[in-house]
Design a protein around this ligand. Sequence first.
Ligand code: ADP
Ligand code: TRP
Length: 327
Amino acid sequence: MKKILLSGVKPTGRVHLGNYFGAMKQFLDLQDKFESYIFIADYHAMTTVQNREELSQGIIDVALDYLAIGLDPKKVCLFKQSDIPEVHELTWIFNCITTVPYLMRAHAFKDAEAKNKEINVGIFDYPILMASDILMQDADVVPVGQDQKQHVEYARDTAQKFNRIFGKGEDVFKMPEPFILKEVETIPGTDGKKMSKSNGNVIPLFATSEEIKKAVMSIPTDSKGVDEPKNPSESLIFAIHKLLLEGPKLADLRTKYEKGGLGYKQAKELLIADLEAFIAPLRAKRDALARDLSAVKEILKKGGEKARSRASAKMNVVREKVGVEVK
Ligand code: ADP
Ligand code: TRP
């Protein structure tokens, strides 16, 4: 029996290298090893996206992204969060056993508060909806970027609390583990801060050639001359470049930096060439998939049916445990 993997991405704009190397690539690398459930977190996106066209386009975009990077719908159950209404029922039950101060300690909430943002109830309750996504499908592992680690811990706490209050000695919910790759904890953006849609410093995963050039050219550098040796671990160009290379090619680039003779202009040109070689085939595959959207929608529909039937079975147990199922 394979263990269960679950993860999701919000449809909130174009995916970027941070999303890919931080999270999505793991979905791909693990699709044979685990029974995988990968979804589009459309109701999570609604905490910020409140525009019909934007949300529905975003959903199709993430589905195309998943398929274009190589997720195989024969191996992976791909679905939309909104096709599983049971998660909201479970969220309510979890809400009732969650305290307000506990949710006030969530990083995302504290950040929003620190920035004096207007915080809707959805943002406040975000970790509990995410706990429901995870626990509903009995996930063993949840591959995410470092910034989502706390959310997986909230899911673990919630599972434990439910089991304690309602389990009567039985573990109704499994304890999920976050799966975070050490070497790619946080991918930097073109300004050195965390690559993020909200920081405006991204290199889109399906960038056009022009976008690749523009993004790379905007990376800041220090004033070292061409001949001066450079420490690769201090270079933002290298930090992004190393995502694309391994083995001797990576060692070779490292040496070029250390030896001197590699100017920043040339280092950027090398990065542009490697980004183009990496992205061009992905872009072509995505364009091809986009020509048959009905096939994409059918994949989501089938995935939704499978995930929902599991959710429905799980909720029968949960309803019985909490006492609303009157026999
Ligand atoms: P963004 O910050 O651009 O809005 P999301 O919050 O939608 O990205 O993140 C989707 C997934 O990608 C999450 O699992 C998140 O941890 C991961 N991720 C996002 N940005 C990065 C990054 N810079 N480095 C590593 N992982 C990231
Ligand atoms: N919060 C995640 C993000 O911002 C998206 C998400 C929603 C998710 N539900 C999930 C990720 C369940 C993993 C498991 O990226």
